[in-house]
Design a protein around this ligand. Structure first.
Ligand code: BES
Ligand code: MN
Ligand code: ZN
Length: 505
């Protein structure tokens, strides 16, 4: 998709469709809260006010109305997209509006549109979100259907404003980089276990490194054995597919920040549960159990393009969790890279095992701050549904920075507890720690397990099991992978870089 920013009045816009964000209007009021809508209302002889007056269009969030041959316009079509209450508007809503417009137009095989942005809304944050939203709205999972393929790409999405477009080119580019990174991550999450086994994910990482300013070091099985990553290796031992640990590095020329950020992402290319096998119903969904790793890889792609002056390393432990005659068993005791021993009480609690070794390795590599993302527990969806990422953090100041980054990125993170008591749930009779904590507080005990390996290093854990996959389509996103956490990771890196010193953390 081509993205462009142009100077134009609403009524002067050319092309197939003029898209206008529209706000709820109080009954009886003629205030449309938008210069673009005012203008279109004027040239069309009062069409917009009439639509509001008759109640045919209410501008509820993501409500879409497509009209033809509106008098006074130069485009054959006008699309109104509802934004809800003008007072509550934020950049993220405008991103969704762009995505919803693209999705609605594609269904009608309309592949070019121009969104006119009111002068009061023509700022960097809004333009970036709109550009990113247009791209994420255009995302199609690479269908392997041999018939009825529906993988057309939107041709051109333009953002028009009444002057000053040149000043916002950078914002458009930032939005484009983020949208592409999110889609990159979504595409990986969607690939099934047979098409994306661990070795294939490694190939993708090598391509990423070739095409960007990111270096990648692939640790193969022999190296993992040498280092003593007993937890990671144990998860992989039931599969025919060998395990890997990806270590990606983005090293800016002149870092202004003393922070070395480490992003860690769980990548189980397929999670059958292992010997503690999952029920058949829904098991196919476990192809997206590498979404944390995919989010980290997408973020590295964007970070390499945006070039913040901070060192960022990424660590992605990659395995397939399978049952077999060689698989790890309940009762097995593993020696992790940290030296801590782990009793495996459930082989389906595998994510925390591979993350334990990846986190330890990230610390050994000199990371000063760590954030991991993982589809770690079904329990996080019990606690938060599909709306919020669960945010666990061992340091309040770092937690606040992540929450701010998430807010700026338009992602919803909810703080979750890590009280000392949860540690007791993980007591093992035979090893330092057990890999499950029993029936209650499953997301918290999983996070607590990881904290044991993060130690005193400022660390946060994002449980994205409820948010990495959308079960029911929204106007701005189809059912499927969401690319959650990519934007927050990038925003966090950018913010830490401009915070100048670790003293602020
Ligand atoms: N990958 C799953 C978690 C998951 C569940 C992700 C649903 C996405 C949707 C993870 O490896 C797992 O199996 N967790 C277990 C932990 C349990 C054995 C303590 C779970 O949540 O049931
Ligand atoms: Mn599992
Ligand atoms: Zn898993």
């Amino acid at each position: 998709m081509k993205l462009e920013l142009i100077d134009s009045k609403a009524a002067e816009v050319q092309g197939a469709v003029l898209v206008l964000p529209a706000f709820e209007v109080k009954p009886g009021s003629n205030d449309l809260y938008s210069g673009g809508l005012d203008e279109v209302d004027r040239v069309s002889g009062g069409l917009v006010c009439e639509l509001y007056r008759t109640g045919e269009f209410k501008a509820k969030p993501m409500e879409v109305l497509l009209l033809h041959r509106v008098y006074g316009l130069r485009t054959p079509r006008l699309m109104l997209v509802g934004c809800g209450d003008r007072e509550k508007l934020n950049p993220s809503t405008l991103g969704k509006v762009a995505a919803a417009a693209v999705r609605a137009l594609k269904q009608k095989s309309l592949m070019d549109a121009t969104l006119y942005l009111d002068p009061l809304l023509a700022n960097e944050a809004n333009v970036a979100e709109i550009a990113g939203g247009a791209l994420t709205g255009d995302f199609e999972v690479h269908s392997l259907k041999t018939q009825d393929k529906d993988d057309k790409i939107f041709a051109l999405f333009r953002v028009a404003m009444d002057g000053g477009a040149a000043l916002l080119q950078g914002a458009l580019q930032k939005g484009q980089i983020l949208g592409e990174a999110q889609n990159y991550s979504r595409n990986l999450s969607n690939l099934p276990g047979n098409l994306l086994p661990p070795r294939e994910l490694v190939e993708r990482a090598k391509v990423l490194a070739r095409e960007t300013a990111v270096q990648v070091d692939v640790l193969y099985r022999s190296r993992l054995e040498e280092l003593g990553m007993g937890a990671l290796l144990a998860v992989a031992q039931g599969s025919e597919e060998p395990p890997f640990l990806l270590h990606m590095v983005y090293d800016p020329d002149a870092p202004t920040s003393s922070v070395h950020l480490g992003l860690v992402g769980k990548a189980v290319t397929f999670d059958s549960g292992g010997i503690s096998i999952k029920p058949a119903d829904g098991m196919e969904k476990m192809k997206y159990d590498m979404s944390g790793g995919a989010a980290v890889m997408g973020a590295m792609q964007a970070i390499a393009a945006l070039r913040p002056s901070i060192r960022v390393s990424a660590f992605v432990p990659i395995v397939e969790n399978m049952p077999s005659g060689k698989a790890m068993r309940p009762g097995d005791i593993l020696k992790s890279l940290s030296g801590k021993t782990i009793e495996v009480l459930n082989t389906d609690a595998e994510g925390r095992l591979i993350l334990a070794d990846a986190i330890t390795y990230a610390k050994q590599q000199g990371c000063t701050h760590l954030v991991d993302a993982a589809t770690l527990t079904g329990a996080i969806a019990v606690a938060l549904g599909f709306e919020h990422v669960g945010l666990f953090c061992n340091q309040p100041a770092f937690c606040a920075q992540i929450q701010e980054a998430a807010k700026a990125a338009g992602e919803r993170f909810w703080p979750m507890p890590l009280d000392a008591e949860y540690k007791e749930y993980l007591k093992s009779d035979f090893a330092d720690i057990a890999n499950i904590g029993g029936r209650w507080g499953g997301a918290c005990t999983a996070a607590k397990f990881l904290e044991e390996f993060a130690g005193d290093t400022p660390w946060a854990h994002l449980d994205i099991a409820g948010t990495a996959w959308l079960e029911t389509a929204k106007p701005y996103m189809p059912k499927g992978p969401t690319g959650v956490a990519v934007k927050t990771f990038v925003e966090l890196a950018v913010r830490l870089a401009s915070a100048h010193s670790a003293a602020t953390v």
